[in-house]
Ligand binder design. Structure first.
Ligand code: FAD
Ligand code: MLT
Ligand code: ZN
Length: 513
């Protein structure tokens, strides 16, 4: 087995598995789970392996079951837009497939070229347009899931993460089991309405492979918009960002499809590390570099209004940033949507919420703006070590978290001079902040300053320690910051009922007892 299946996308977590299996059919998955249940072999389901919390890779020598070869579209209803696909279909391929039929996938994310629909469902991924198209808890119509065997005699205790190398369940502890059936839970319906008791499919959305293996997904696609408008705006303060969001909701209403934000640190880092990516609101330096190319607290730049844009602010020479807001609309009438967008832009300009901006006048310009936003994760990964936090917080005070951490780290000797950048960006329209600390290398003293501080901060504001990336291995020990004891107890009871042998993705999601 190559390191591809053993190591996560960020190259932060690595296990020691020697076995990665790639079934093609549900029956093969069922056979594999039956075998693993009977031998009490621990299993890690793996999709595109783009998860950001260490959920998709083994901790020890668990058996990796990859859905990469389960990549067939099973059915598409061109009237309703209901798509049924095997779990291993890559999100972008599905979007292209339904795109040829006038539809779009209801979710989109920067990892679309590699992540799989089964992985998206299992993480409960949010993405760039949740604001408009809702979460997977609404758009998933049905699932097919292979469950582990219900009964395993005399389960042996699980080894604890960190208890020593190569002592995982994969070595076959527990002896021979009862020989179950590798149960297939068939919930693969495409109905919009099905009010027949417990909505079991919801349990598997965001279960992170701890309850079973999703083998097929039925999902509601949306009509592909005939008209798309994308603007990038520079706001002078975070209060101006939230006022711009409120204005976008009010003035763009039913056509609004995304409101994303990034701070200057995120913009600077991304343009410095990704070839060909630039912030159109920041002037290039005379030497041809972009944004100074430095780390730490970059300046906003020259604030030039983008050429070729259909809209520009009344005043020229306004400075870019320190915050950038991406606003997108999806509609059916180009002229109507353009007018709406222009009125919105005029309003936020005259209110002083927006100091500078550009409205894409071609698909290429729109894609370039999106590339700046979507490229942040990749740029961070290229720069070095990344401590990634993905939190939900009340929107108005959300950026306090970034500023507080920046101050705390600087005071502890981990400021810009130490090569540490604290970066804030995310799905502001959904109250979701991505708080990232980029450093030259992983450092336990630095980590000690970040955790549990970040989790305590989030809990003190009634936020969530995971808005969309899930819990995985990274946050299993921190679950109680967002879930009370009764909720955790119920989660454990569900896990025990569905996976009594505890073979499904051990050490992930639930805290160790
Ligand atoms: P994997 O990483 O392979 O697995 C993720 C989890 O699901 C693991 O716990 C795994 O065990 C489990 N799993 C996978 N497949 C199955 C299955 N068939 N059955 C049961 N369990 C399974 N997330 C967002 O929410 N929003 C974003 O905007 C976003 N952007 C991203 C951008 C980049 C560049 C990257 C690298 C990641 C991003 N993510 C984002 C993280 C996101 O969770 C994943 O990209 C995606 O949802 C995971 O899909 P995957 O197929 O790669 O799953
Ligand atoms: C994003 O919104 O870009 C993704 O969730 C990835 C990340 O948080 O870096
Ligand atoms: Zn995100």
């Amino acid at each position: 087995m190559g390191s591809v299946c053993r190591r996560d996308w960020q190259k932060k977590y690595v296990g020691r598995s020697r076995v990665a299996l790639k079934p093609r059919t549900t029956e093969q998955v069922s056979e594999l789970l039956r075998y693993c249940s009977s031998r009490r072999l621990a299993v890690v389901p793996q999709g595109g392996n783009t998860g950001l919390v260490g959920g998709s890779v083994p901790v020890f020598d668990e058996v990796v079951i990859s859905t990469a070869a389960m990549n067939r579209v099973l059915h598409f209803d061109e009237v309703s837009g209901a798509l049924v696909a095997q779990a291993g279909c890559v999100l972008q391929s599905l979007d292209e497939f339904v795109g040829q039929r006038g539809f779009m996938m209801p979710l989109d994310l920067g990892a679309k070229g590699s992540c799989q629909i089964g992985g998206n469902v299992s993480t409960g991924a949010g993405g760039l347009r949740l604001l408009r198209y809702g979460s997977l808890h609404g758009s998933v119509l049905g699932l097919e899931v292979v469950l582990p065997e219900p009964l395993v005699p005399t389960p042996a205790p699980l080894p604890r993460a960190g208890a020593g190398a190569g002592d995982g369940l994969g070595s076959g502890v527990g002896g021979k089991g009862s020989g179950g059936d590798g149960r297939v839970l068939d919930l693969l319906r495409t109905l919009r309405k099905d009010n027949t008791g417990y909505d079991l499919k919801q349990l598997f959305i965001g279960a992170e492979g701890t309850l079973g293996i999703v083998t097929a997904v039925a999902i509601q696609c949306a009509p592909r918009p005939a008209s798309v408008q994308v603007a990038l705006l520079a706001c002078p303060s975070f209060a101006a960002v939230t006022a711009t969001l409120a204005a976008a909701r009010r003035r763009l209403g039913e056509v609004l499809s995304a409101v994303e934000f990034l701070d200057t640190a995120a913009s600077t880092l991304t343009t410095a590390h990704l070839d060909g990516v630039r912030n159109p609101l920041v002037a290039e330096t005379a030497g041809g570099g972009v944004n100074g190319g430095g780390w730490g607290e970059a300046t906003g730049g020259g604030g030039e209004v983008t050429r070729g844009s259909a809209w520009s602010p009344a005043s020229s020479g306004a400075s870019g940033g320190p915050f950038y807001v991406l606003v997108e609309t999806h509609g059916s009438d180009e002229e109507h949507d353009r007018q709406k967008m222009e009125r919105f832009l005029e309003a936020v300009m005259s209110d002083g919420c927006v100091a500078d901006g550009t409205l894409a006048s071609s698909e290429a310009q729109a894609a370039a703006i999106w590339r700046l936003r979507e490229g942040i994760a990749e740029a961070l990964a290229r720069r070095g070590a990344v401590y990634k936090y993905d939190v939900s917080l009340p929107t108005s005070g959300m950026y306090d978290m970034v500023e507080a951490l920046r101050g705390r780290l600087a005071a502890g000797g981990f400021g810009p001079e130490a090569g540490v950048a604290v970066v804030g960006y995310g799905h502001i329209g959904d109250g979701n902040l991505h708080l990232n600390v980029s450093a030259p290398r992983y450092d336990d003293v630095l980590l000690g300053l970040i955790e549990p501080y970040v989790y305590e901060f989030v809990a003190s504001r009634n936020g969530s320690i995971s808005a969309e990336h899930g819990i995985g291995l990274m946050k299993a020990g921190a679950l109680s910051y967002s879930k009370g004891p009764v909720a955790v107890q119920l989660m454990r009871a569900i896990k025990a009922a569905v996976d009594p042998g505890g073979i499904m993705n051990p050490y992930k999601l639930l805290p160790r007892i």
